[in-house]
Each structure stands twice: as structure tokens, then as C-alpha cells.
Design a binder for this molecule. Structure first.
Ligand code: URA
Length: 432
């Protein structure tokens, strides 16, 4: 079998056989297929898609490319959540702490930034000392003892995805349903979780821009999960504007801590409580979503969720004092306000463009080996539907240089102020 023929076949829009998909995944992992051929096939898949059976084969081949965690030694129903990626999407961090505070084991395997979106692992690494790569046995011990861990798919979980994910990020092949489905579900099936809630983002800042595409992705993800016996559901949530107010690694950790202290932005809190309620019901710790929500709210009020977060940070080598002193994380040299040029109501804050602005400030990668600047980013003071007066600050830009005229201009072009607008509906659909 030759990789060139596989690329040619997908380029022509043909269905790949199971053997061809297996050959591709094996070659990615053992290094016999060079990055340029992998990238070419990814682009052919991007343009020509995959059938359900190709998608399932790709997922299973990627899943079998590495180890399969056996979490059966951990008591209780293990529940995880995964997002398809967004801007300002720090949901996993407070969510894992809230759910774990109810005694539910949350073994979370997260990713790094992809395209214009941020990654949970990059955010957590803004905390001094926090290690995202821990051994399988330490991961299990931590989940057993502390009820939660957020780590990278290190060791040997879906190594094929690791390689392909990094290449997709720099070859404009992220927003493809079969590639996203294979990436997410290979890791989730390999991670041994019993139940999974998936947050499929939709809108300008999501990989899937339309509700139809997001629905198709949600259905593909749920079908693959249920096909292997996982208790799996998805919801589709808005990503036209950034989630919460903060975009940028340390800034998003600070916002997560604020939420755990009861001071989180309304939309982020709503999403955390909605996803969390489904996780709690799947874990069998509440009969109804309302009961689950009340229990989760209680973990914020009594401080137990914040303490779970601190316990996780410490267990993973991080400085737990970040909870009381977020300023121990890297701080930007300059805080630059962006005043509104006119009065009115904010009607658009293009999430993808805000993600790109944060990346250009140094908060995201433009090339696979770029080092991140954890301090930089944006804090929005206005969201869609908010009134603003001319001269009032729309947002603060955290930067290590004052020379950001291009970035300011790019942001201005992507924030609209009109006579009226209302906040978008946050949760669009539930897919079971
Ligand atoms: N998250 C993943 O793990 N993979 C993707 O492809 C997109 C989001």
C-alpha cells in the first residue's frame, strides 16, 4: 500500500477502506509517513469528508494507536466533558471542580489551543508549577483521592491524534467533522470514562459556524460514543461572541477562580451549571437537572468547589496559593483600554477575531513550536446586548508592548455598536 495512492483516492472523493485508514494511522504513529503526506491527506479529508463508517474506523484506529486507560479501580461513575473549542472557553476548569465537589470522579483529558481557540492545558500551565503530563498511575491515584485531574493526552493516549492535531492546527484543516470527531472521541474512548458530556460550539468563533454543521458534528460525536457503550450526550452552545469576559491564559484562570468564588460572568456560570447538571445526572447523583443544578450551586456557596480546584492544582505540582493570589501568574506589562467610538448597544463581538487578536498578542500559537505568553489577552467590559457610551472602555487589552495599533484596529473592525441588540441565546440544542 502506498500513501500517495491513499491521498489520490481521497482527493478523488472515494471512500477509504478500513485497511487504508489503518495504514495511514499506523504510519503517522511510527513516523513512516512524512508530515507533508499526512497534511495532504488531511486536506483531502477536509474537502471530501468521510462516510460514517470511515469516521468510525478513523476514530477506532486512532484510539487503538495507544493505551486504553482502565479506570475501573476508581469508585463511582466517572464523568468527563469535552468542548469542540471556542474563544474564552475556560469552562472545563471551574466545571470539573464543581462536579468533583459532589464526590463525582472527573478524569479529564484536555487539549491545547487549536487555530484561534484556546486550550485548557495552555491555560492551566499559566499556574506556576502546574504539570499537565503525569503518569497513568498518578492520574488514577489523583482522581481516586481528589476526585479530579485535568491532564493532557500524554503518555500514550491516542498518539495518532497528538501528531494529527498539531498538524491540523498549522495546515487549516481543523474545521472538519470527521477530523474533529476522530480527534475527540479517540481520546475520550481511550481515557476510559463511563459518561461524557460534549459541548459543541456554534457560531463565528467555533469551528462549526452554522447550526446545521454543529448539529451534524454533535450527532457524529454522540453516535460514536454510544456505539462503544459510553453514556454520551451533547449540547450546542453559542460561540458568536467569546464566552465570559476573559480571553488569554492567565486571565482565564483568574476568571475561573472568580467563578468558583461566586463572582463569575453570567454566561460562563450558566454554561457551567447546564453542563454540570447533565454530568451530575449521568453520574447518578441527582434524579433531575434542577436537583443537580441546586447541588452544584451549593458547591460554590460553601466554597467546596474552590477547595477542589486548589487540591487539583497542588496535586499536579502547581502553586495552590494561586486561588487566593491569582497575581502570582504572569502579568502583562501594559493594560490598554479600548474606548467605544460611539454610543449605542453592542451588537457584535466576533469571537474568532478576538481569539486571533489574543493569539497575535502572544497568547496563542501561530506555528506549532511557538512559546506562549501566558500574561497577555483581552478582558471584555461589554458583551452583546450591553449599552455603551462613546469613550467608555469596551475592553482592556493586556499586552507586553504598547505597539498594538494593528491589533486595536482589527478589534475595532470586529466589534459593532448599533441602536439595539439583544444577548444571543446561549444553549441552542440538546442532542442525546
Ligand atoms: N478538540 C479536540 O480534542 N479535537 C478537535 O479536533 C477539536 C477540539
Amino acid at each position: 500500500m502506498r500513501m500517495l495512492d491513499i491521498i489520490e483516492s481521497k482527493k478523488q472523493g472515494n471512500k477509504l477502506s478500513d485497511d487504508e485508514i489503518q495504514f495511514f494511522v499506523d504510519g503517522v504513529v511510527d513516523g513512516s509517513i512524512p508530515d507533508y503526506q499526512t497534511s495532504a491527506l488531511l486536506m483531502a479529508i477536509y474537502f471530501n469528508g468521510m462516510t460514517d463508517s470511515e469516521q468510525t474506523k478513523l476514530t477506532m484506529a486512532m484510539m487503538h494507536s495507544g493505551d486504553h486507560l482502565n479506570l475501573s479501580s476508581i469508585e463511582g461513575i466517572k464523568v468527563d466533558k469535552h468542548s469542540t473549542g471556542g474563544v474564552g472557553d475556560k469552562t472545563s476548569i471551574p466545571l470539573a471542580a464543581l462536579v468533583a465537589a459532589l464526590g463525582i470522579p472527573v478524569p479529564m483529558i484536555s487539549g491545547r489551543g487549536l487555530g484561534h481557540t484556546g486550550g485548557t492545558l495552555d491555560k492551566l500551565e499559566a499556574i506556576p508549577g502546574y504539570k499537565v503530563e503525569i503518569s497513568e498511575s498518578d492520574f488514577k491515584k489523583q482522581v481516586q483521592k481528589e476526585q479530579l485531574a485535568i491532564i493532557g493526552a500524554t503518555g500514550n493516549i491516542a498518539p495518532a491524534d497528538k501528531k494529527i492535531y498539531a498538524l491540523r492546527d498549522v495546515t487549516a484543516t481543523v474545521d472538519s467533522i470527521p477530523l474533529i470527531a476522530g480527534s475527540i472521541m479517540s481520546k475520550k474512548i481511550a481515557s476510559g470514562t463511563d459518561a461524557l458530556v460534549i459541548d459543541v460550539k456554534t457560531g463565528a468563533g467555533a469551528f462549526m459556524k452554522t447550526l446545521d454543521d454543529s448539529r451534524a458534528l454533535a450527532k457524529a460525536l454522540v453516535k460514536i460514543g454510544q456505539g462503544v457503550g459510553m453514556d454520551c450526550m451533547a449540547l450546542i452552545s453559542d460561540m458568536n461572541q467569546p464566552l465570559g469576559n476573559a480571553i488569554g491564559n492567565a486571565l482565564e484562570i483568574k476568571e475561573s477562580i472568580d467563578l468558583l468564588n461566586g463572582n463569575g460572568p453570567k454566561d460562563l456560570l450558566e454554561l457551567v451549571l447546564t453542563l454540570g447538571s447533565h454530568m451530575v445526572v449521568l453520574a447518578g447523583k441527582a434524579q433531575t437537572l434542577d436537583e443537580a443544578r441546586q447541588k452544584l450551586e451549593g458547591t460554590i456557596t460553601d466554597g467546596s468547589a474552590l477547595e477542589r480546584f486548589r487540591a487539583m492544582v497542588v496535586a499536579q505540582g502547581g502553586d495552590g496559593s494561586v486561588v487566593d493570589h491569582p497575581e502570582i501568574m504572569p502579568q502583562a506589562k501594559f493594560k490598554i483600554e479600548l474606548p467605544a467610538k460611539e454610543s449605542g448597544v453592542v451588537s457584535e463581538i466576533e469571537a474568532d477575531e478576538m481569539g486571533i487578536a489574543s493569539m497575535l498578542l502572544g497568547g496563542g500559537r501561530q506555528k506549532a513550536d511557538d512559546q506562549l505568553d501566558y500574561a497577555v489577552g483581552i478582558v471584555l467590559h461589554k458583551k452583546i446586548g450591553d449599552k455603551v457610551s462613546k469613550g467608555e472602555s469596551l475592553m482592556t487589552i493586556y499586552s507586553d508592548t504598547e505597539q498594538i495599533d494593528d491589533i486595536k484596529e482589527q478589534i475595532y473592525q470586529n466589534v459593532k455598536i448599533t441602536d439595539s441588540a439583544s444577548a444571543p441565546e446561549l444553549i441552542k440544542e440538546i442532542i442525546k
